[in-house]
Design a protein around this ligand. Structure first.
Ligand code: AMP
Length: 178
């Protein structure tokens, strides 16, 4: 399993797609999965840039992983994003359901990615929702980086403020395969 973490606009989606095409891996993009599953109030929360409830997310990711797990590598783009999500994931690892081979943290400042986001055409790529996603990332996801390190999961920081090809080459050079 390869985990891709990073602030909104850091290129998780793009890099996940490149890797999955290059190596033939499954690609699970949490944002895309949620756009398929989530409706009503929760959908509005997503569009406003807020993270969804951990238990809901875990239930969904559990089901999705069940449908793809077959000893082939899986790239998870956008999960885990909080400590409770990571706790669940490490429990799964402990129970032998799968193993984490790589965790990449795509590092970029708010300033560096904001223009990128404003240039996309997603409804949650408007100023207010972008700021909310940045805040959620700082409050809930940044602490997770240290938490993973404390739990002996190596997190590899990747400078994401470069061309897509450069970031991809860096990730590929650091990829560990099981
Ligand atoms: P993304 O496409 O990765 O930018 O995700 C879009 C939105 O989906 C986020 O702003 C959150 O509202 C929601 N989301 C995606 N992944 C998660 C997660 N692991 N936990 C909670 N909410 C999530």
């Amino acid at each position: 399993m390869i985990l891709l973490m990073g602030i909104a606009g850091s290129g998780k989606g793009t890099q996940g797609k490149m890797l999955s095409d290059q190596f033939g891996y499954h690609l699970i993009s949490m944002g895309d999965v949620l756009r398929m599953y989530v409706t009503g109030e929760q959908r509005q929360r997503m569009l406003a840039g807020g993270l969804l409830d951990d238990n809901e997310i875990i239930k969904i990711v559990d089901q999705v992983l069940e449908s793809v797990l077959d000893n082939e590598e899986v790239i998870l783009d956008g999960f885990p994003r909080t400590v409770p999500q990571a706790e669940w994931l490490l429990e799964q690892v402990k129970s032998g359901r799968f193993q984490i081979n790589n965790v990449f943290h795509l590092v970029a400042s708010r300033g560096a990615v904001k223009e990128r986001l404003l240039g996309r055409a997603r409804i949650d790529d408007v100023e207010e929702a972008i700021e909310k996603r940045f805040d959620e990332y700082e409050k809930l996801t940044m602490p997770l980086i240290d938490w993973l390190t404390d739990h002996n999961v190596e997190v590899i920081n990747i400078d994401a403020v470069r061309s897509q090809a450069e970031v991809n080459a860096d990730i590929v050079s650091k990829l560990k395969k099981s």
